[in-house]
Design a protein around this ligand. Structure first.
Ligand SMILES: Nc1ncnc2c1ncn2[C@@H]1O[C@H](COP(=O)(O)OP(=O)(O)OP(=O)(O)O)[C@@H](O)[C@H]1O
Length: 274
């Protein structure tokens, strides 16, 4: 369980995230939505401490994440795998090497510099690629792949970290609707099959509605909505998006091709924040 207790972030005069208090139970798939600048990325990046909180506390299974330093902090970052909008892969390396780089935390400096991985790690990486339908390109140079394929490789790399939480910062923002569906299906399969908590920032309203158990809506650094997709009425969504509502709604219309797999979403704890 991830607990946020008055977690806040200020950049100079901008309060990007105002004190946020909420809990994410293990195994939930959470979508964070809101207009540009609402604080979504800052909130997500505080979880793995890529953004250092300015105040408040964050606990994972009762352990204070905000207090971690040195190796303990690196270990937490390894447990908290992250996928990014721009994939963050090394294009000139082959796919398998990119995936195995997810194991670097488990290596000493010398073996990581030399790129020495065990046979077990290679097999693990191939299995992760296979889960994402990408094992056939394991030895291909990464920059020859399409965006959707690259994001699947990035997810495979995140998986070999053996994470306890998966963070995804706009994972489908650079993809066409078909690839976006493949990537969201993969994230949801991982969530359902492994019971892994997945927290993702999403621009597309109906993607959040279709794939997430729970939606958190942010506006000007404040969580203004926290509930299930069915509780996120059009009226509530318009309030979250404000002046950008029409854009969010038209994106929803153009992405109706996104239909997740058949399994029904688990019922999360839900609450509407006014
Ligand atoms: N490193 C930074 N330095 C200064 N201000 C920042 C920094 N990062 C974010 N901000 C500010 O914090 C606020 C929240 O930004 P954030 O990127 O979290 O929003 P967002 O909802 O993720 O937006 P988008 O959807 O456009 O990515 C914005 O006003 C932004 O300008």
């Amino acid at each position: 369980m991830l607990e946020f207790k008055g977690l806040t972030k200020q950049f100079n005069s901008t309060i990007a995230v105002k004190p946020a208090t909420f809990t994410i139970p293990d195994g939930q798939m959470v979508g964070i939505i809101g207009r540009s600048g609402a604080g979504k990325s800052t909130l997500l990046r505080m979880i793995n401490r890529l953004n250092e909180p300015s105040g408040g506390q964050m606990l994972f299974q009762g352990r204070d994440i905000t207090a971690l330093k040195g190796r303990a902090l690196r270990e937490w970052r390894n447990e908290c795998a992250m996928v990014f909008q721009q994939f963050n892969l090394v294009g000139r390396l082959n796919v398998l090497t990119n995936v195995m780089s997810g194991r670097l935390f488990h290596h000493d400096f010398a073996s990581s510099m030399l790129g020495i991985f065990t046979a077990r790690e290679r097999a693990f990486a191939i299995r992760a690629l296979d889960r994402l339908g990408m094992a056939h390109v394991a030895l291909q140079q990464t920059d020859t792949l399409s965006g959707g394929q690259m994001q699947r490789v990035a997810i495979a790399r995140a998986l070999v970290q053996e994470p306890r939480v998966m963070l995804a910062d706009e994972p489908i923002a650079s993809l066409d609707p078909l690839n976006a569906k493949v990537v969201m299906d993969a994230l949801r399969a991982i969530n359902r099959q492994d019971g892994l908590t997945v927290i993702c920032n999403l621009h597309t309203l109906d993607t959040a509605r279709q794939y997430c158990d729970r939606i958190i809506g942010m506006q000007d650094g404040v969580i203004v909505f926290d509930g299930t997709p069915t509780e996120l009425t059009d009226r509530a969504a318009r309030e979250i998006y404000g002046a950008e509502a029409e854009e969010a709604f038209s994106e929803a219309m153009t992405s109706t091709a996104l239909r997740p797999g058949a399994s029904a979403p688990a019922q999360p704890e839900a609450r509407v924040v006014n």
